[in-house]
Ligand binder design. Sequence first.
Ligand code: 5GP
Length: 179
Amino acid sequence: MNKTIQVKDKTFAVSIPEERIMAEVRRVAAEINRDYAGQNPIFLAVLNGSFIFAADLLREVTLPCEISFVRLASYEGMGSTGEIREIMGLSVDVTGRPVIIVEDIVDTGLTMAHMLETLKRHNPGSIDICTLLLKPGKLQVNLDIRYCAMQIPNDFIVGYGLDYDGFGRNTKDIYTLCS
Ligand code: 5GP
């Protein structure tokens, strides 16, 4: 039986151990180092969920690069169907620059689709998506995801930056909700 943790009223079991996560993060960073050789990309890490992934990824990136942390703001709350209005905290000028979006998880893909739309208004030179996790079974939009550390089933997960109702972000492993 996998190790379990309690987050508020729910029980989660380890589904991706730390060693696997770190191996995949290193693999993705090596791909970025290779593909962006000779360039100075700006990483845009989408808060809150990507903070741990971004920290680990960036320490494996050997390119001269910048990182900025952004949040997505919406009219009424935000979720899979929320309409995103603006990228908050985009303090760097991305005009003409190669941008790599760092996201924790792409589920329906609607959040990322809106993010791309909004970011394009700032005229970056190029945009690539780098996500820690992807649920291919949930994707509703056509997204070109260049860097993906791991694909997972349609279950709800926590840990390594991802939360359940604000809790559970501070684990080294990733956990899946027990049914
Ligand atoms: P999308 O717009 O792709 O459906 O949703 C993306 C957002 O939903 C993610 O940035 C994340 O905040 C949240 N999300 C989707 N699936 C999960 C999950 O399994 N666990 C957690 N903690 N958040 C998720």
